[in-house]
Design a protein around this ligand. Structure first.
Ligand SMILES: Cc1cc2nc3c(=O)[nH]c(=O)nc-3n(C[C@H](O)[C@H](O)[C@H](O)COP(=O)(O)OP(=O)(O)OC[C@H]3O[C@@H](n4cnc5c(N)ncnc54)[C@H](O)[C@@H]3O)c2cc1C
Length: 398
């Protein structure tokens, strides 16, 4: 019996598969991924190590992301966004991270701000700012962390005071990705009525920023610390109701999106590690043969291949639930982010090992992959925070 006879037979024997179980990209998604991949190969990958050393992304690269429609791609068409579906967005995030995790981080934070304004902003604020966020003309960022506040975001010390038609903010934000160049910031602050989320323009009175240099990972993501010193914003820059600023606005929308983006970004780093290792281990000869022909090297490649694919499948699952607006999407996203970020670290660690001394020299990108992967285990809920919460999640049956 030939192979084709066998597959014909098994097709006959196979009960009809519920289309909901298919894990397959549509033709449009495959075409979109090809376009993302070509863009990244031309405009991102060749320069990523240089940007890492220079600790910045050039303006013309950000312009290129804008003109491709990659910034604000999730926003609806009526405000100028791309109305991109969650899976296609995931593919975009993966491909960008495969080239440069710092560029991926711009997409992450910009879209965290953009979709949060779209969901929680009042009509006037939305009319004022969404078209500019959708085109990427205005760049958004997230300002939750403070010098004394990280994992426990509910303990933010930045204060918001309501004064007539204005909100007055006082506090210090830290580690704001792309804070050096962002135009608007999604700020978490406490008021007498509870935690609130506010949109602060970089040109608001009382706003100032200072660049943070010398990060270990995502070094080109242009971090900043922000000073809000009697910083005044119009009252309609409040997003959602006070008291729901963390639970619904920033936690339920911005950070949920951030986790989804970071999960896919982690897959991108893991895939980049795998690509580098498949090439290097085929070329590098030791003991009279290519190192990929040594059994222990093959074991490491197998682990990388399997874990990268498993992480991607978890991302597909989270994306599928997001497309359906299924309430199970958020917990599934936590699981995807948890696994994918750890898989990226393992893949990057393996990649450095398999490259030997070359992997420990700045001429090879695998050292950057390892530094960038480690960041993924810290941001949008560290691995330990996830380990604390995931056992209680109402995950749907698989
Ligand atoms: C590259 C980079 C970019 C960032 N960008 C942004 C940004 O754009 N906007 C923003 O607001 N913030 C940003 N951050 C900050 C990031 O959100 C925080 O680093 C993260 O929330 C963790 O907080 P922390 O670093 O203060 O660590 P801490 O909260 O001090 O945690 C330190 C360690 O203790 C563990 N830990 C803490 N609490 C618990 C617990 N309850 N149980 C078990 N273990 C615990 C953590 O897992 C971690 O290992 C960025 C950070 C980095 C590194």
């Amino acid at each position: 019996m030939t192979l084709s006879d066998l597959s014909e037979l098994s097709a006959q024997a196979e009960p009809e598969v519920d289309p909901g179980m298919h894990v397959e990209l549509s033709a449009a998604q495959v075409a979109a991924r090809r376009q993302f991949r070509d863009f990244v190969a031309q405009r991102i990958t060749p320069f990523a190590d240089q940007w890492d050393r220079q600790e910045q992304i050039p303006r013309d690269t950000i312009d290129a992301l804008r003109s491709q429609g990659y910034l604000g791609a999730l926003l609806p068409r009526d405000v100028g966004g791309g109305a991109m579906d969650a899976i296609t967005y995931g593919l975009l995030t993966e491909e960008l991270a495969r080239g440069c995790s710092s560029v991926r981080s711009l997409l992450t934070v910009h879209d965290m701000a953009a979709i949060t304004v779209a969901r929680w902003g009042g009509p006037r604020l939305k009319a004022e700012i969404l078209p500019a966020l959708a085109s990427g003309k205005t760049l958004g960022a997230l300002a939750v962390s403070e010098p004394g506040v990280g994992s426990d975001a509910a303990s933010v010390e930045t204060e918001a005071r309501f004064e007539g038609e204005e909100i007055v903010l006082n506090g210090h934000k830290k580690w704001t990705t792309f804070g050096q160049i962002a135009d608007v910031f999604l700020v978490l602050a406490r008021s007498q009525q509870g935690l609130g989320a506010f949109l602060v323009n970089a040109d608001a009175p009382g706003f100032s920023r200072r660049a943070i240099q010398g990060m270990t990972g995502t070094r080109a993501s242009m971090l900043a610390e922000l000073e809000l010193d009697d910083c005044r914003v119009p009252a309609d820059h409040q997003l959602g109701r006070v008291g729901f600023g963390l639970s619904h606005v920033i936690g339920g929308t911005a950070l949920d999106h951030g986790r989804y983006s970071v999960a896919w970004g982690s897959v991108g780093i893991a895939q980049a590690c795998l690509d580098a290792c498949l090439d290097h281990t085929a070329e590098r000869q030791q003991g009279g043969k290519a190192i990929r022909d040594h059994q222990l090297v093959r074991r490491q490649l197998t682990e990388m291949i399997t874990e990268t694919r498993a992480a991607r499948l978890l991302c597909y699952r989270a994306g599928h639930l997001r497309r359906k607006r299924d309430p199970g999407a958020a917990p599934e996203t936590w699981v995807a982010k948890y696994f994918a970020s750890r898989a990226a670290v393992r893949a990057a660690n393996c990649a450095v090992q398999l490259h030997g001394a070359i992997g420990l020299h700045e001429g090879s990108p695998v050292g950057r992959y390892l530094r960038d992967a480690k960041v993924m285990e810290v941001i949008e809920g560290s691995s330990q925070i996830q380990q604390t919460f995931i056992p209680d999640f109402p995950l749907s049956e698989l």
